[in-house]
Each structure stands twice: as structure tokens, then as C-alpha cells.
Design a protein around this ligand. Structure first.
Ligand SMILES: Cc1ncc(C[n+]2csc(CCOP(=O)(O)OP(=O)(O)O)c2C)c(N)n1
Ligand SMILES: [Mg+2]
Length: 733
């Protein structure tokens, strides 16, 4: 049979009205097969290249091709947003990525558009298509997709917020959005077991967000079958109770049926009805990856049964059966793909690798340096209405005032977290029945009332939800300033904080960035805070490249550093000591709406010549007390340095001080071993060894937990007396 081409629009229209092929034209069906075949061939070619050791890893999209093509036909590249997973090769091809671009990631080329040779193959990132940088942790993309959809909705409601502005991160962040955009997110059957999946369903359902979930159910997560992952073995049954969703369960090896499911789902999302959920049954004809051998856990009979549903052969048979392509036509199409692929492979193998000296590029923003003088301004204290200088305010007051003024200045700022709103049931506020809460420490009090409930709102009690959504929002250009209520409870967000937020820029080779601010109430000395309301642990986060970590000790620094955190172009963990929130120590008048303190600049609290004491946070007032006492009693002059910012930290000030005093103590509230002080001490030992007249001393919490009984808490956390003794011993050494 000769190849038939159908360019006649009347004929196409006839097919569509007949409801055939779910509205797909014959050209589209041929194109679907071309894309599916290309996808499979790229996989096969990569497998060969891996065996020849020309690439270093391979994971295939085999068996999942029909879903990708269906999604790619319905959704719009550069318009909708995509959080795919590693089996979505066919989707990326359908959206416009090329085999060459994929192979560049395989060989780890400098020109790899996904990651510049930083990520494994099939870790997609195509900024021009709105395919957002993908990572390897299963499921960490889902909450980010939620935040992405929220950002689209926010910009649609606040179009002015999308405008460029100079003088802060907005200068470097192009925003695009569409009123009816959809955010696609896909995951495997195994990944539905991750808690973040359920957190995401909860939020999209509640907020009716236009997120299109795709579960690519190949019945295996490496070797673990679906009935072990999923109660009852079918995810559709479990999620059916979530309100506001459009649900589809389809044979994902059939591109036509799957296309229909996508078309209905996308239409539902675009119309603003809420999220959609497509559960697509697919196959995994190859092992999980080239590091896996499925014959160890799947008998031949099962694999053969799967093979009868291979989407590639199914589609080929379909085209033949329907007379859309004959054998010759199929051969011609395949031959063309094979030839093009060979050219792409040859080119990719010639590609230049990245230069080793680029390895630290894009850990942080290349555009805006928060340590620079751009972020150094003088406080301007306005006089009160009576003409007198305004009264000193607490750290809590100044953080609140800073948030307020920044929200006024920058409409991209949104604030959410647990209990941060004044009152979620807005009518109580409107009726003036209540005053409103605004945070368990009242740091966000009044912000919802002043800026509205779409800019300040409560999150569910789920920390990964807070950080994951913030990451997605920041990727789109919003500036989420979110709150983790207690440092002790930051750990559910650890995947997002360790593997996602600070890596977005580096792993996408500056294709994307996510400069969000995470405010966290931290620390002890609370007299009764006990184990789970007193923790520190900042060194765990300073150990993460890409994350700025700030820890102010007084009201003025808190205001200046928070403003820098908000205006800069990097993700920031902003640690606020609970004990310092309302302390008399370190109160200050509000330094005005533009006061900023650059990152990485320590403050010399008092100058001295005998011992350098390097610390930060709530140890600063205790160290000051000890320093004043020892000077009174023994004439020892301590140079007290408040680091203020822990990553980056102010090495110059430390070096100058140690060069002067030749004796140094590093002190912190967190436990001693492997703590923040260990790095500072090691650096001093390494680079200032010949300036030292005594060993480096550390003063820190005992290597245990913060107990409830105040006598125990005092014994555990470093006190002024401990610092006093250490200074005395060192001065006498
Ligand atoms: C958080 C996390 N845990 C474990 C892994 C290792 N791992 C990679 S893929 C995978 C199985 C995923 O199964 P599924 O979600 O069904 O996707 P499939 O590979 O079958 O398409 C596992 C356990 C990981 N990447 N991330
Ligand atoms: Mg699976």
C-alpha cells in the first residue's frame, strides 16, 4: 500500500468531527510515532554508548513514550510549565528538545543545555521550553510544581509584580505567566509513596491549582512491585477522595487514548476548575537503569506479557491497521530518524567538556553579590512625632517592620508558614471580632491585614510543603519569605533544603534560580524550652553550598541582614534566635526602609588586644558579659567578634584580629563536636598557625540535648562563666 498523506483540511475536519483518534490528525499520529521511535532510539543508542564507556550513566524512557507524546501534544512549551521525571524523554522531544541536546548531557558536555555536564542524562532542564531543572530524589519536584502553579496564579492577579525593577534580584529575573497556564508534574508509581506527594495533593486540591499530575505506573520501583508500594495496588483508588480534581486512569501505552485523557485534563485545569490527575498504566521493557538487571526479580513470562503492550509496536501496528502509514512509510520514517540520530551522536561525541575551573560557577548568583557595597547602607532613624528620637525597639519589632516595608516596596514578596497569618478566617478580621495572631512569636503580625490574604497566608502543618512550594515560587520570580516555626522542626524540609533549593542554579548551569528566604526561629536559653524547642544546628546548613546562612544577635543587624536576604539573588536561611526576639540587649531604633548590612561582614562588638573571641547569636551577649568581667577583674582585653553571617563568613576580620591578639576562642550555642567552630578553628590552624601563641579553644554546648529542667539547661548550654574561664585560661597560657 502506498503511503498516504493527508493534507486536505476538509478530510482532517471530517475525522475530527467523527471523533476519531480523539481529535488527533493523521499527521499528528505520524508525528507521534516519529517522536516515540526517536525517544526509544536515543535510549538504545545511549545504552550502547554506555557499554562503550563513551557516556557514564543511562536511564531510559522506554515503555513510557506514549504518555510523553500525548502530554507534549496537549501542553505548550514556553507557556505551560513542566516538572518532569527521568522517564520523560518523549515528552521533552515532543516539546522541542533535540536528541543532540540530550546526548550532550550524556557525554557531560560544556554546551549541555540541561546542566553543562553537571547532571546525569535524563535530568531535564530546558529554560526556553519551561522545563524546570530536574533532580534525582524521587518526588522532590512535586511540591515545587505546586509553588510554580501558585506563582502563575499570583502574577495573573498581580501583573505589576511581574515587572522588572532595578536594585535587587528582580533585575535578573524575567517573569512570564499566562492566565490559563498549566503546570505538569510526573512521577512513578513508587514515588507516590513519598510523603511530599501527598502534601502536594493536599495543597493543590485545597487551593484548586492548575497542576496536572501524571503517575507513570510501570508497576515497579526498581525491584519493588506496586502492590508493596501502594495499599491495594492502585493509586487511583487511594486519591479518589481529594476534592476538586479531575481524574483519569488510562492505558498509557496507547497514545490516542492517553491524548484524550490529557486533552480533557488540561482543559479542566485551564478553565480554572482545579488540578487533574492522570494515572497511566505503562510498561518498563528495560531494567530500571543500566545498573539494574530485572531478570533477578521478574520472570520471563511477566516480561513477555509486558512486551505485548509495548507502546512503540502498538502504535506502529495502529498506523498500519488504520492505513495511516504503510510499511514503506514506516521504514522511511525510521531510516530518517536513524540517520539524524547518527549525526547527533557523532556531534555529541565531539563536544567539548566543561573546564575544571568552572566547578564553582553558579553556586551563587553571578549577577548580585550580597557581600558587596551595594548592600551597605547607613541607618536613617526618623524622629518620632514629638521630634524626639524614636525609642529602641526589639529584634522582633524590627524584623516585623522590615518585612512590612519590604512587602510595601516589592509586590513579589509572599509570606507563608505555620500560623503566620493574622487569621485565616478572614471574616473575623473584617468584622473586627479578633485582633489576629501573626506568628507564634508575632513576627508577622499585621502583615495579612495590611497586604491581603494572597500575600500572607497560613500553610498546612508540613515543613517540606513550605520549603518546596517556596522553591517553586522563587523559580518563577516570586520572593517567598517563609517561616519555619521552630528550628527543631525543620527536618521534614531537609530534602528540599539539602537537595533542591540551594542547587537549582548550579545544577541547571544558571538556567534557573530560586532565591527564597527561609526564616527560622532557633535556639535555647529559654528556661523550659527543652529538647524540641531549643535546638541549634546551623553547621548542618553552612555545610550546604549554595545556601547563605545568617544569624544576627541584635535588632539592628537583624533588620539590615533580613533586607539583604530579601533583596539578594541567592537562597537564604535566616536564623532568628528566640531568646533574642525581645531581649533588652541589642535593641535599636528602626533604621529606615533601606537599611542593609552586607553578608559576610562581622561586627567587632568590642576591640581588644589579648584574646579574640569569635561568636554569634545568643552567645554574643554572654560573651560580652564575660569580656567585661575579665577586663574589670584581670585587665584582659577581649576582642569580641560577632560573625552575624555564617555563610559566607568574614575571614578578613578574623585573620586581622588573631594577627593582633595571637589567642583565639570560637564559641557557639550548638553542640561542640563537628560544630560551626570546628571549621573556623581548622581554618585558623591552617592559615594563621604562626600567629598563634596558644592553642585554639572552643566553647560550646555539651554533646547532648537541651534538657527541660533549667539546672540541666544551664549545664548544657555555654554560659558567661564558661566563656570567662576559657578567656582566663587562654590569657594565662
Ligand atoms: C528519595 C529517593 N529515594 C531513593 C532513590 C533511588 N531510586 C531511584 S529511582 C527509584 C525507583 C523509582 O520508582 P518509580 O517511582 O516507580 O519510577 P520508575 O523508575 O519505575 O519509573 C529509586 C528507589 C531516589 N532517587 N530518591
Ligand atoms: Mg515505577
Amino acid at each position: 500500500m502506498a503511503t498516504k498523506t493527508y493534507t486536505n483540511s476538509a478530510e482532517l475536519a471530517e475525522q475530527r468531527t467523527a471523533g476519531k483518534y480523539q481529535g488527533l490528525s493523521r499527521e499528528q499520529l505520524i508525528e507521534a510515532y516519529r517522536l516515540m521511535y526517536t525517544s526509544r532510539k536515543v535510549d538504545d543508542r545511549e545504552i550502547l554508548l554506555k557499554r562503550q564507556q563513551r557516556i557514564y550513566f543511562q536511564i531510559s524512557g522506554a515503555g513510557h513514550e506514549a504518555i510523553g507524546v500525548a502530554a507534549g501534544f496537549v501542553l505548550k512549551p514556553g507557556y505551560d510549565w513542566f516538572y518532569p521525571y527521568y522517564r520523560d524523554r518523549a515528552l521533552c522531544l515532543a516539546l522541542g528538545a533535540t536528541p543532540y541536546e540530550m546526548l550532550l548531557e550524556g557525554v557531560g558536555a560544556a554546551d549541555d543545555p540541561n546542566s553543562g555536564g553537571r547532571q546525569m542524562p535524563s535530568h531535564w532542564s530546558f529554560p526556553r521550553l519551561n522545563v524546570v531543572t530536574q533532580s534525582s530524589p524521587t518526588g522532590s519536584q512535586i511540591l515545587q510544581a505546586v509553588g510554580c502553579a501558585e506563582a502563575g496564579r499570583y502574577f495573573a492577579a498581580h501583573p505589576d509584580a511581574a515587572k522588572k525593577a532595578s536594585g535587587d534580584y528582580r533585575e535578573f529575573k524575567n517573569v512570564s505567566f499566562h492566565d490559563d497556564e498549566v503546570t505538569y508534574v510526573s512521577l512513578g508509581d513508587g514515588t507516590t509513596s513519598e510523603g511530599e506527594f501527598w502534601e502536594a495533593l493536599n495543597t493543590v486540591s485545597n487551593r484548586k491549582l492548575p497542576v496536572l499530575f501524571v503517575i507513570e505506573d510501570n508497576e515497579y520501583a526498581i525491584s519493588v512491585p506496586v502492590e508493596v508500594q501502594t495499599a491495594g495496588g492502585n493509586i487511583s483508588r487511594l486519591v479518589a477522595g481529594f476534592p476538586n480534581f479531575h481524574f483519569e486512569e488510562v492505558d498509557g501505552t496507547d497514545p490516542v487514548e492517553t491524548y484524550g485523557a490529557f486533552a480533557r485534563s488540561a482543559a479542566y485545569c485551564r478553565a480554572g476548575n482545579g488540578p487533574a490527575f492522570i494515572h497511566a498504566h505503562v510498561i518498563r521493557p528495560y531494567s530500571h537503569s543500566l545498573s539494574d538487571d530485572e531478570r533477578l526479580y521478574r520472570p520471563d513470562t511477566e516480561r513477555q506479557k509486558d512486551a505485548t503492550r509495548d507502546p512503540l509496536t502498538r502504535t506502529q501496528m495502529f498506523l498500519l491497521r488504520e492505513g495511516i502509514l504503510d510499511e514503506k512509510g514506516i521504514n522511511r520514517l525510521e531510516q530518517q530518524v536513524d540517520e539524524d540520530l547518527q549525526v547527533a551522536v557523532d556531534q555529541a561525541l565531539e563536544a567539548v567538556p566543561p573546564k575544571p575551573e568552572t566547578v564553582t560557577d553558579y553556586v551563587y548568583s553571578p549577577d548580585l553579590d550580597p557581600t558587596s557595597s551595594v548592600f551597605e547602607t547607613q541607618p536613617i532613624v526618623a524622629a518620632g512625632s514629638d521630634g524626639k528620637k524614636s525609642a529602641p525597639k526589639t529584634m522582633a519589632d524590627l524584623i516585623n517592620a522590615t518585612l512590612h516595608d519590604e512587602m510595601q516596596r516589592d509586590e513579589r514578596i509572599v509570606i507563608f508558614g505555620e500560623d503566620v497569618a493574622d487569621c485565616s478566617r478572614e471574616q473575623y478580621l473584617r468584622d473586627k471580632q479578633i485582633k489576629g495572631k501573626g506568628g507564634v512569636f508575632k513576627l508577622t503580625a499585621g502583615l495579612q491585614c495590611d497586604f491581603g490574604s494572597d500575600r500572607v497566608f497560613n500553610s498546612p502543618l508540613a515543613e517540606a510543603n513550605i520549603v518546596g512550594r517556596a522553591t517553586g515560587m522563587a523559580t518563577r520570580g516570586l520572593k517567598p519569605v517563609v517561616e519555619i516555626q521552630f528550628f527543631d522542626y525543620i527536618w521534614p524540609a531537609m530534602m528540599q533544603l539539602r537537595d533542591e533549593l540551594p542547587l537549582i542554579r548550579w545544577r541547571s548551569n544558571n538556567g534557573f534560580s530560586a532565591p527564597a528566604v527561609i526564616r527560622v526561629a532557633i535556639g535555647g536559653y529559654l528556661t523550659g524550652g527543652a529538647i524540641y524547642h531549643s535546638q541549634c544546628g546551623e553547621s548542618i546548613f553552612t555545610h550546604i553550598p549554595g545556601l547563605r546562612v545568617v544569624f544576627p544577635s541584635n535588632a539592628l543587624d537583624a533588620a539590615g541582614l533580613l533586607r539583604t536576604a530579601i533583596r539578594c539573588d541567592d537562597p537564604v536561611l535566616f536564623l532568628e534566635h528566640k531568646r533574642l526576639y525581645r531581649e533588652t540587649f541589642g535593641r535599636a531604633a528602626y533604621p529606615g526602609p533601606d537599611y542593609m548590612v552586607p553578608f559576610g561582614k562581622a561586627k567587632i562588638v568590642q576591640e581588644g588586644t589579648d584574646v579574640s573571641l569569635i561568636t554569634y547569636g545568643a552567645v554574643v551577649p554572654r560573651a560580652l558579659q564575660a569580656a567585661q568581667k575579665i577586663e574589670r577583674e584581670h585587665g584582659v582585653k577581649v576582642e569580641l567578634i560577632d560573625l552575624r553571617c555564617l555563610n559566607p563568613f568574614d575571614w578578613e576580620t578574623i585573620a586581622a584580629s588573631v594577627g593582633k591578639t595571637n589567642r583565639v576562642i570560637v564559641a557557639h550555642e550548638d553542640t561542640l563536636s563537628w560544630g560551626y567552630g570546628a571549621e573556623i578553628a581548622a581554618r585558623i590552624a591552617d592559615q594563621l598557625f604562626d600567629r598563634l601563641d596558644a592553642p585554639i579553644r572552643r566553647v560550646a554546648a555539651k554533646d547532648t540535648f537541651v534538657a527541660y529542667q533549667p539546672i540541666l539547661e544551664d549545664a548544657i548550654l555555654p554560659q558567661a562563666d564558661d566563656l570567662y574561664r576559657a578567656i582566663k585560661e587562654l590569657a594565662e597560657y
